[in-house]
Design a binder for this molecule. Structure first.
Ligand SMILES: C[S@@+](CC[C@H](N)C(=O)[O-])C[C@H]1O[C@@H](n2cnc3c(N)ncnc32)[C@H](O)[C@@H]1O
Ligand code: SF4
Length: 406
């Protein structure tokens, strides 16, 4: 079983008009040093959820996401990493350590600091090589900054993901092909294409490529990337063989993860009776796992951590001691839904043997009946182990997932 840690760093130079993530312009937020102190307290408070009664636990992946974590000082990154180790979360050279970087925010010196700290994977929010599109979505970086940042990463022969934003207002198919090919030729080992999603009425919802062009865009990304040796290992992630993101893989293979910082999410599987707390269900167990998350609002997050730290009863905290809106103890039907959704996102698909091993016979039968129906409708294909999405299934995956919600 693998285990990963996510840190959310919510600072950005400016807000992109389309962004729906919990981030703030850096001047609108408490100083980074104070935020770091809050996150350190959170690690301390929640350590037992992940460690149980053990003194330590191996961490397979660490991911600094945002926001723009590359705006954070090295000193603050060191404080967070040191707190992790001190509280028993053990990482080493074999841990995949990813840092999200925005073009223009990392000097060669800072990159060397990252490498010294053990970061071995980077994710670059470059989006597009078209200046007009960058400006239109209110990104603050320039194409020259993207090229300089990519040149630096290429010089050190680093393993990096490229975030590609597409389906932009006025964007043509030719422009998209150019973006994809540039991202490949400048050394990316992994590409995450994001189709611009904005609510109706948003200024960027106008002049989007027509529907048939949108479908073509998805197909073109797949075609161009497969010609360049990338494979689509998950619905919206492509990599060269061997460069799949281990951290993302945790989310899609039902593994545990800890999220620290504003808006971050955590998931733990079975929690057993050894946990001293009020009964959770009749057996005092969490048989199907628990998901819990932090507030999206920085004032509320700050208050929560401060209140928890000041409460003498809280030497450590369990999910069910959080306000009920911040945690969920999963029932079997929710775990079944999650299982079907996450595994079908992956190219390898859903394994029926694993489904049978994890769930009761009633749930197994419920799921397989639906899987067979979707197969009959051409949305799922059979593999030697189970099912995977067909090309049409991938295009309307939300519909497929809706049908697999129990
Ligand atoms: C939350 S950002 C963090 C990385 C980095 N700050 C950046 O933006 O480059 C991760 C990715 O989500 C994408 N994203 C954010 N909001 C989006 C939206 N409404 N539609 C599509 N992609 C979006 C961003 O373009 C970015 O590449
Ligand atoms: S830089 Fe990234 S995280 Fe920040 S506002 Fe833009 S899309 Fe969102």
């Amino acid at each position: 079983m693998s285990f990963g840690v996510y840190f959310h760093i919510p600072y950005c130079i400016q807000r992109c008009t389309y962004c729906d993530f919990a981030t703030y312009e850096q001047t609108q937020l408490l100083p980074p040093d104070s935020y770091t102190q809050l996150v350190m307290k959170e690690i301390f408070l929640k350590r037992k959820i992940f460690l149980g009664n053990s003194k330590s636990r191996k961490v397979d992946t660490i991911y600094f996401g945002g926001g723009t974590p590359s705006l954070f000082s090295i000193e603050n990154i060191v404080l967070l990493l040191n707190t992790l180790s001190r509280e028993g979360f053990l990482y080493g050279p074999e841990t995949e350590m990813t840092m999200e970087i925005n073009p223009g925010t990392v000097s060669e010196e800072k990159l060397n600091d990252y490498l010294r700290l053990g970061f071995n994977r980077f994710s670059i929010g470059a989006q597009t090589f078209n200046s007009a599109h960058l400006k239109r979505v209110h990104r603050e970086h320039s194409i020259d900054q993207t090229l300089d940042t990519l040149a630096l990463f290429k010089k050190y022969n680093l393993n990096f993901n490229f975030d590609l934003l597409f389906g932009l207002p006025h964007q043509t198919i030719e422009e998209l092909i150019y973006d994809v090919n540039q991202a490949v030729s400048l050394g990316s080992t992994h590409i995450s294409p994001y189709y611009l999603t904005v609510p109706e009425g948003h200024p960027l919802s106008k002049n989007r490529p027509p529907e048939d062009a949108q479908i073509e865009m998805f197909e073109i990304i797949e075609k161009e990337l497969s010609l360049s040796g990338f494979h689509r290992y998950e619905i919206s992630n492509y990599s060269k063989p061997g460069f799949e993101s281990k951290h993302n893989h945790l989310y899609w293979t039902d593994q545990e993860y800890a999220g620290f910082g504003l808006s971050s999410h955590s998931y733990v599987k079975k929690m057993a009776t050894e946990f001293p707390s009020e009964p959770l269900n009749q057996n005092n167990k969490i048989p199907w796992g628990s998901r819990f998350w932090n507030p999206n609002n920085i004032k509320i997050y700050t208050q929560e951590i401060q209140t928890q730290t000041q409460n003498p009863e809280f030497q450590f905290i369990y999910p069910w001691q959080l306000e009920s809106k911040y945690y969920e103890i999963l029932e079997e039907n929710q775990a079944l839904t999650d299982f079907c959704h996450i595994f079908l996102r992956l190219a390898q698909g859903l394994d029926l043997e694993q489904l049978r091993n994890k769930f009761s016979e009633v749930s197994f039968n419920l799921a397989t009946t639906q899987l067979e129906k979707l197969h009959g409708e051409g949305l799922l294909a059979k593999t030697s182990k189970g099912f995977t999405l067909t090309a049409r299934g991938k295009m309307i995956s939300n519909f497929v997932f809706q049908r697999l919600t129990f």
